[in-house]
Design a protein around this ligand. Sequence first.
Ligand SMILES: Cc1cc2nc3c(=O)[nH]c(=O)nc-3n(C[C@H](O)[C@H](O)[C@H](O)COP(=O)(O)OP(=O)(O)OC[C@H]3O[C@@H](n4cnc5c(N)ncnc54)[C@H](O)[C@@H]3O)c2cc1C
Length: 425
Amino acid sequence: MTDPSHREEADLVVVGAGAAGLFAAIHAARAGVRVVALDGARVIGAKILVAGGGRCNVTHHAVDEKAYAGSSPGAIRTVLRKFTVEDTVRFFEAYGVELKREETGKLFPTTDDAHTILNALLKAARDAGVDLRFPRRVTRLERAPGDAQGGGFVVRGDWGAIHAPRVVLSTGGKALPKSGSDGAGYDFARALGHTVTDRVFPALVPLILPGTHPLRALSGLTLPATLTLRSATGKTLKEFTNSLLCTHFGLSGPCALDISRYWRDALCDDAHAGLFANFITEEREDTLDAKLLASKAANAVSFLREHVPERLARTLCEVAAVDPAASLRQLTRDQRKALARAACALPLHVEGDRGFTYAEVTMGGVPLSEVKLDTMESRVCPGLHLAGEILDVDGRIGGFNFQWAWATGFLAGSAAGESRLHREG
Ligand SMILES: Cc1cc2nc3c(=O)[nH]c(=O)nc-3n(C[C@H](O)[C@H](O)[C@H](O)COP(=O)(O)OP(=O)(O)OC[C@H]3O[C@@H](n4cnc5c(N)ncnc54)[C@H](O)[C@@H]3O)c2cc1C
């Protein structure tokens, strides 16, 4: 029988043991405090294992604030500088994990297997003495009754309760909810006095094109492209050049994923903002028009084939209502312009995104302005630290989101560990 008067205590409870939570738990425990890390999932590290197509893109060789959106760039920079890519490389190296840099600048384990990363984190947690418990879903996080600000917390679930003077809240966002990250952490943060941005949307998410859009018929085609987000007045709001994948529902690949959150964000302010695709990235509508005029190619499709795959060349002719076999010289000015527009500024008429189920990350969260940047400690609820995707910061494809998790997890965990030692000393 359990003793009803027994009150379980820890120095630190980490709520959510994903990338950020594990990192926080490891660094707090290394400082010598008793850490209990709780996660609601049956299997730890689901997102680490699916990341980078099962290879886990751990970080990027050149990380700076320009790769992120959400909170202010200055605040993001301050955090990133406190735990750098070199620190990430050293951490994994100490556990025998060698990282390799690919042409894109992304860093992966040389094993090309995400298990290598998860196993290193779990070993580091064990070595540091982290008490990792799962499945232990947290349903309530509140200040201990009677405790004034600066006092402790009670972390509760149907498994019981744990009291601790400090908590790291690292429950992630809402992306890939089946992994256990369903946004519950936002309610905990709000209940403890934080705000959450009005806009919490899927980011790094595939885009849906109308059923009749000609790019849907090119499912399986991957090619370099530039996607441009324009306001109703034609102003360029954001642009990415990268690999684009046409699918049966619309668009995926790094280029579409990177621009997705900007598209969704822009629509909230400007219902007529839209995305345009350029498949000949070194040209613009006007320069391509001039090249079409000067070209000696036999017809439109053979001209376009010099730049894009034949399937797309034929589709672009169809969009521009130009006979692919017609001689270039026979094209009217309007036909030439329509062809240049189809190739360099094709309107996408995106209908939506595929939602959190298919998103890699979450746009929005708790603003960075509500935490102290050197410790990730809450400015409104002393003793609470926040780390990872729960914060209003999202990075582009390339390992930037994990670097954010490592950096904030390190800061939150180290500070939580040290504060206890200072209290005792
Ligand atoms: C398919 C996919 C591929 C990705 N690939 C990459 C990549 O290659 N490189 C990259 O940098 N980023 C990648 N990301 C993004 C990256 O995985 C996340 O940004 C990162 O994992 C966020 O870490 P986190 O610890 O903040 O949150 P999460 O990893 O979401 O972890 C949060 C944890 O909290 C737990 N939790 C939530 N609520 C509760 C609760 N109430 N009680 C207890 N536990 C709870 C969850 O079970 C989860 O384990 C990818 C994401 C996805 C979905």
